[in-house]
Design a binder for this molecule. Structure first.
Ligand code: BJW
Length: 251
């Protein structure tokens, strides 16, 4: 039996006694859908730009057209992507628990497309828009030639995502902390664990007494606080984990 097999058995045991589960995901879960992670090598078109600068209010103020085009480009790529076996495994797992919440830092909508139901998007969604100055939600983009287009209030329109230095939506934070404080098992998938406050979510769950299972091909700052570390790509590890968990349920 390989080390990974043993660890998966350990994770299955934890899930076997779980009643309240939080799954917290980052860019790594969507990598096997063809969406580059945030800290991957940038694609050639944007190789000269730093995502940390583009994904910030300062970056937008400095060059709104550049940031708008970066998001248009990513939105097209994300729109063409499909959920992978990792997303589907998480959606399958929800069927076994009355209390099951997916907290995602991703803006790509792939958990919803895979069938997950109770999703908290802490960094927004790239398919929604709001205006920069007043945060008016924009239902339909105006049909004009402005780049970025303008809200009826005159402000520039931006994607409804959370940039560095911005507050996360209060309702998403409230739902996240409530679920983290009541869960007994947390699955952390595909996040580098360096962007706060999401990087602190496993510590919140641990303090509240939960077991933490991490899935990632690389160790992260979260690995130290994880009870079980499943080293590998989510699209391979999660289907095996969920399959074995389901076998124990039918025994
Ligand atoms: C696989 C895989 C496979 C690969 N399977 N896995 C406390 C301390 C220090 C700083 C701060 C702090 N609190 C707040 C801050 C400031 C800042 C912050 O955290 N900075 C750090 C960089 C130090 N945080 C904020 O500004 C947040 N706002 C906030 O807290 O407001 C209050 C406040 C403000 C200012 C000061 C203090 C308080 C907002 C953060 C918003 C982040 N926004 C972005 C962009 C969203 C829109 C967009 O996508 O364009 O969110 S940045 C980017 O990082 C994106 C991601 O959601 C986020 C996290 O990235 P993630 O998901 O972890 O991806 P990667 O690429 O980093 O890692 C991928 C992982 O997958 C790796 O581990 C791989 O190994 C793994 N992987 N293949 C599984 N197949």
């Amino acid at each position: 039996m390989s080390d990974l097999d043993k660890s998966i058995d350990g994770a299955v045991k934890l899930l076997g006694t779980a009643r309240s589960v939080v799954v917290s995901t980052g860019a790594g879960i969507s990598k096997e859908s063809g969406i580059p992670t945030f800290r991957d090598a940038p694609n050639a078109l944007w190789a000269n730009y730093d995502p940390q600068t583009l994904a910030s209010p300062e970056g937008f103020r400095q060059d709104p057209a550049l940031v708008w085009r970066w998001y248009e480009d990513r939105r097209r790529m994300i729109g063409a992507a499909k959920p992978n076996p990792g997303h589907f495994a998480i959606a399958k797992l929800q069927e076994f628990f009355d209390d099951f919440v997916v907290i995602t830092q991703n803006i790509d909508d792939l958990h919803r497309k895979a069938g997950s139901q109770n999703i908290v998007e802490v960094h927004g969604n790239v398919f929604r828009y709001k205006c920069f100055d007043m945060e008016h939600p924009i239902e339909e983009l105006p049909d004009d030639d402005n780049v970025p287009p303008k809200c009826s209030c005159g402000s520039l329109i931006r994607p409804d995502v959370v940039w560095f230095g911005e507050m996360l939506p209060a309702s998403a934070l409230e739902r996240s902390f409530a679920s983290l404080e009541r869960c007994d098992t947390m699955l952390v998938v595909g996040t580098s664990g360096i962007v706060y406050p999401a990087a602190g979510f496993p510590a919140v769950a641990k303090r509240a007494g939960a077991n933490v299972i991490e899935v990632n091909p690389e160790a992260t700052p979260i690995t130290m606080e994880a009870d079980v570390f499943l080293k590998g790509p989510a699209g391979e590890v999660l289907p095996v984990l969920v399959e074995r968990f389901m076998e124990t349920r039918s025994e």
